[in-house]
Design a protein around this ligand. Structure first.
Ligand SMILES: Nc1ncnc2c1ncn2[C@@H]1O[C@H](COP(=O)(O)OP(=O)(O)OP(=O)(O)O)[C@@H](O)[C@H]1O
Length: 204
């Protein structure tokens, strides 16, 4: 169970949203919505432990994997080598069914650096399946994907990941066909007060 209580997140020394609370039970997903710049990415980064919260509590996020726009694909390795690398990093053996699930079987021996952006994105999502983490934090996972790939990914998420007791928090403007509640961060926009010194300028 992921529990978020009274969370406030900041970026570049500025508070973005505050008072965000939700519980996520195994087998469930939450869709993050809100206009560009409201703080969806920053909230996901905070849940992933990549930056500390300004205030509030996060529990149950220990087994999380974060997938961002920079999808962690290694250009010089083949598609299979990339997936095997990530699986091993998380102490798992690569199940070759992952290649089929994400329509990568025909590209298995291609160096990842030669993939199109949609193919590379499919590889980044296949990585999420290969590492087997319980909580997926997905930032615009369907960018560059064609309609068939969006549907395939939505199906995997619902049937394999959530169906197997996993959880997901997903920032997306696209309908993934999931039965999942949406949380619009607009309702939690922080008042104009500045964050305390020591924000995350180091990420600039
Ligand atoms: N490295 C950074 N340093 C300072 N400010 C940043 C940095 N990265 C993002 N921001 C700012 O923080 C705010 C929140 O950005 P964030 O990426 O979390 O929003 P978002 O809701 O995910 O937006 P989008 O829908 O455009 O992806 C924005 O105003 C953005 O300009």
């Amino acid at each position: 169970m992921l529990r978020v209580a009274g969370l406030c997140v900041a970026r570049g020394g500025r508070r973005l949203v505050e008072g965000v609370s939700f519980d996520l039970a195994p087998g469930h997903a939450l869709i993050l919505r809100g206009p560009n710049g409201i703080g969806k990415t920053t909230l996901l980064r905070t849940l992933a432990g990549l930056q500390p919260p300004e205030a509030g509590e996060i529990t149950g996020a220990e087994e999380a994997a974060y997938a961002s726009h920079a999808d962690g694909v290694k250009a010089a390795l083949t598609v299979t080598e990339n997936l095997a690398f990530w699986a091993e990093l998380y102490g798992r053996e690569l199940d070759s069914a992952v290649l089929t699930t994400f329509d990568l079987a025909g590209l298995a021996e291609r160096p990842a650096g030669t993939l199109s952006s949609g193919q590379r994105r499919r590889l980044g999502l296949a990585r999420m399946a290969a590492i087997g983490r319980r909580l997926l934090l997905l930032d615009e996972p369907t960018v560059s994907l064609d309609a068939a790939s969006v549907a395939r990914f939505g199906h995997w998420l619902a049937e394999a990941h959530l169906g197997g007791g996993g959880m997901a928090v997903i920032a997306t403007h696209i309908d993934l066909g999931l039965e999942a509640p949406a949380l619009d961060l607009s309702a939690f926009r922080a008042s104009a007060e500045a964050a305390p010194a020591g924000g995350d300028e180091a990420f600039l």
